[in-house]
Ligand binder design. Structure first.
Ligand SMILES: [Zn+2]
Length: 111
């Protein structure tokens, strides 16, 4: 059965209203996991996405001439070689140091 993108989005948004949702770090043997489910509850791990984005943006700052694709590959590779504890430590530092503001206009363009 094919479900249109719009119909699937509506299904997901409706399900989200009644699905127990947990935020937790997910331990896995050899990779970072963004989320998982037991079929009833969803568990979201914000660490991998946030840490990869931190790495990506800092690599842009450090190497402004590198292409978007190369920065993406290097950030992904760097994350893949970080251990759980190092990733969690960077995420905790981000949580302490971040400054939350209202939405900002895009001030940089991917190259
Ligand atoms: Zn980028």
């Amino acid at each position: 059965m094919t479900v249109s993108r719009a119909a699937l989005l509506q299904e997901v948004l409706t399900a989200f209203q009644s699905t127990p949702t947990v935020e937790a770090y997910i331990h896995a043997e050899d990779s970072f996991i963004d989320g998982c489910t037991d079929g009833e509850t969803i568990t979201i791990n914000p660490v991998p996405a946030a840490v990869e984005t931190i790495l990506h943006e800092l690599i842009h700052c450090l190497h402004p001439r590198w292409s978007e694709a190369y920065v993406t590959r290097r950030a992904q590779s760097t994350l893949a070689h970080m251990g759980d504890e190092q990733a969690r430590k960077l995420y905790r530092a981000y949580q302490r140091r971040k400054r939350v503001t209202r939405a900002v206009k895009l001030y940089c363009r991917p190259r």
